[in-house]
Design a protein around this ligand. Structure first.
Ligand code: FAD
Length: 318
């Protein structure tokens, strides 16, 4: 079923969903099942699986020179989705990015997804690779998530890259996109970012999942600004609890978000790691309860492998 159909069927009830990362290469499905098994009692109708493009690493050779090689440390998104659907009977939502894909690679990936009956996709651009400085698409790849959404919408109409294909099978993808309550780092202004988001909706995107945030007001303001701009699709809040002291600096650096003063001071005053985790969990529970009371379509938790923490939050909220 489509993600948006779950929202419609829920009739105002707030659903729950989770996002998992593929294990590092060399790991197996057990790593994913260990994360998800304890969470399935909360009945998520869908699970997201992130996509990770290749990264550059430098290997020192015998000569002393460094060799730059590209490797994908977390492959397997599509296989993991199929495996999740098979084990739990829920929908899996693969993230699909522009980076590393030519348009033809994208088309072929979408054909595979269709064959596997995976018809929900979160369409993203992807970040710049480390050492690249800025996002570089493949030659003949999609430049922005907008281009990927357009390609998917065309395939939903049976239009393939090869114009010789007549009466091509029409896909039926439900397309999710990313949204940034605190603005995307590269966008010159919030309004400019929202206009880009509107373009994706107009091109056929069906719903938005937000970047994590720790101040619910940011989400409420974002939803209001979207509505004002004529973006009327469901906007799913993405949540992640603060659990470690170093995240006070790493979350803003990696995700370009702000942490509220009250949370920062409470975490800074905590004198051990267990106390910080407790503060982060309680904060996330309070955020979740308020969002649920306001009737958001779904609470979407970034598990990042920390099942125990997410389970505690879900138990307190559902
Ligand atoms: P876009 O919508 O393409 O926007 C990127 C930037 O370009 C924005 O600043 C936008 O304002 C601007 N822009 C858009 N169109 C144009 C245009 N025509 N001209 C000029 N500027 C333009 N990354 C991964 O690699 N794998 C994942 O699995 C993954 N999952 C994610 C899940 C969620 C919920 C979120 C919020 C992010 C996720 N990301 C993931 C990160 C995402 O790929 C990055 O944030 C990326 O930098 C932007 O992706 P986007 O889809 O928002 O890009």
């Amino acid at each position: 079923m489509k993600v948006t159909e779950y929202f419609e069927k829920a009739n105002g009830k707030t659903l729950i969903s989770f996002e998992v990362l593929p294990p590092l290469k060399g790991g197996g499905m057990k790593a994913i099942f260990d994360v998800l098994d304890p969470l399935m009692e909360f009945k998520p109708p869908f699970i997201d699986v992130t996509y990770h493009r290749e990264e550059f690493i430098y290997n020192k050779r015998a000569s002393g020179y460094y060799e730059k090689i590209a490797i994908r440390k977390r492959p397997g998104t599509v296989g993991i989705c199929a495996s999740i659907m098979h084990r739990y009977g829920v929908d899996a939502v693969p993230h699909l990015i522009c980076g590393g894909f030519t348009k033809e690679d994208t088309e072929n990936a979408l054909i595979d997804l269709n064959f596997l009956n995976i018809n929900n996709v979160l369409a993203l651009r992807g970040d710049a690779r480390k050492f690249d400085g800025k996002f570089i698409p493949e030659p003949d790849g999609n430049n922005f998530a907008l281009d990927l959404v357009k390609q998917m919408s065309e395939m939903n109409q049976g239009i393939y890259l090869d114009s010789n294909i007549e009466n091509g099978e029409k896909m039926d993808f439900c397309i999710g996109i990313a949204g940034y309550p605190e603005k995307h780092i590269e966008a010159p202004s919030m309004k400019a970012d929202l206009l880009r988001t509107k373009e994706k909706i107009d091109a056929g995107a069906d719903y938005i999942v937000t970047q994590m945030f720790f101040d619910n007001q940011k989400y409420f303001d974002y939803v209001a600004a979207c509505r004002e701009m004529g973006i009327n699709v469901p906007i799913v809040p993405g949540l992640k609890p603060l659990t470690k002291r170093y995240q006070l600096n790493s979350l803003p650096r990696l995700f370009f978000i702000n942490l509220p003063d009250d949370l920062v001071s409470a975490a800074m005053e905590a004198n051990n790691s267990a106390a910080i985790k407790e503060i982060g969990i309680e904060w996330c529970i309070a955020q979740s309860k308020e969002l649920k009371a306001k009737g958001v379509p779904c609470l979407h938790y970034y598990t990042m492998g920390d099942t125990e923490t997410i389970r505690r939050i879900a138990e307190a909220v559902y």
